[in-house]
Design a protein around this ligand. Structure first.
Ligand code: PLP
Length: 347
């Protein structure tokens, strides 16, 4: 559960800093319905702010409803992409939510907001003397360090040395300290060995462990869950039946939207995808894989496994093939030969 005990002194420091830096923290309600609830003066500021700019006003862009624009965008409907049958080979309609239009290009800014903000607004994290530690293979620590910078907090990012050069370069623009641990996508244990060292030796460091922070689950339950509900209501006709949601699990935060949707569609299913090359829910966890953004060899504490109905073991070769299909000239030519629209291919 989320500890909401208030520490008055530290809270005062956080409030003073926020005032000094003119930081306004959005609520989940504003993230769910940004068009309706975002203050007019914030919207005005957003009109001249880039999607990834390190500007506190971009806290209001932690939503699935950003206008798909690199700069100056406001809000619209949930960003989705429907995969046509010509592409999937199945009759069922498959609709995905697009994380690309969050600042940093991934939904993990939401999960990390859900972890940091409860501690900040209760005074459990003092931005004037403590540092936020973001252990992750990538997008969570990018999102965490980005949010922390907007909120005026210092960060320590921990990620495997084998992650892309671009990740490290971009992280340097937002994190005060970056620690590279041995390995790549499958080396979550090595990251947590470093966390144990920091916990034992650096009292100023506060660890935001996405695998056990209920704020991660809660953000996806309210914000992602309601975004999925809206996308479904828009797409479904009176005779349609919603079958279920499939999410790939890294920290299992996104699985919370499945819990939300089951309350609305009680006979729907929740499926969780993981790499075939490191089958954890499926076969206890061993091996290495190349699917960025999903974890392995452990089941996160925030994963409500009793509500998970299906496990999908996804071959990472298929993921690599998909990247080539949608990026290389021969792949694009093949997609056109299937009769897919240019608009879909461009997305
Ligand atoms: C792009 C992307 N998709 C999916 C996930 C998995 O989400 P979750 O950590 O909520 O399980 C991650 C996690 O890092 C990610 O970066």
């Amino acid at each position: 559960m989320i500890d909401l005990t208030v520490h008055e002194e530290k809270l005062k420091n956080a409030v003073d800093l926020a005032k000094k830096r003119k930081v306004l923290i959005p609520t989940f309600k504003q993230m769910r319905d940004p068009e309706k609830y975002t203050p007019a003066r914030i919207k005005e500021q957003l009109k001249s702010t880039g999607l990834w700019d390190v500007d506190p006003v971009n806290l209001f862009r932690i939503t699935w409803k950003n206008e798909p624009k690199k700069t100056g965008g406001l809000f619209g409907e949930v960003n989705t992409l429907e995969f046509p049958s010509e592409f999937t080979g199945v009759k069922a309609r498959i609709i995905a939510l697009c994380g690309k239009w969050f600042p940093t290009g991934a939904h993990k800014v939401g999960a990390s907001f859900g972890c940091l903000v409860p501690r900040l607004v209760t005074g459990q994290f003092d931005p004037t003397c403590q540092k936020a530690v973001w252990p992750s293979t990538g997008n969570y620590c990018r999102g965490g360090a980005y949010n922390a910078q907007l909120l005026g907090c210092e960060s320590i990012a921990i990620l495997p040395e084998g992650m892309s050069k671009e990740r490290f370069e971009w992280l340097r623009t937002v994190a005060g300290e970056i620690i590279a641990t041995p390995g790549t996508e499958s080396n979550v244990k090595e990251i947590y060995d470093e966390v144990a060292r920091i916990r034992a030796s650096r009292p100023e460091a506060v660890i935001f462990n996405q695998f056990d922070e209920m704020g991660n689950h809660l953000w996806h339950y309210y914000v992602t869950g309601s975004a999925m509900e809206e996308a479904l209501k828009k797409a479904m006709g009176p005779k349609d039946r919603y079958a279920g949601v499939v999410v790939t699990s890294g920290s299992a935060g996104t699985t919370a939207c499945g819990d939300y949707l089951k309350e609305i569609f009680p006979d729907s299913k929740v499926g969780v995808g993981e790499a075939l090359q490191c089958p954890t829910l499926y076969l206890n966890g061993f091996g290495e894989h190349r699917i960025e953004g999903i974890g392995d060899k452990h089941i996160p504490w925030v994963h409500n496994v009793k509500n998970t109905d299906l496990v999908f073991a996804i071959d990472d070769n298929n993921c690599m093939a998909m990247i080539r299909l949608s990026n290389e000239p021969e792949g694009l030519e093949y997609l056109r030969s299937l009769g897919l629209s240019d608009a879909f291919i461009a997305q």
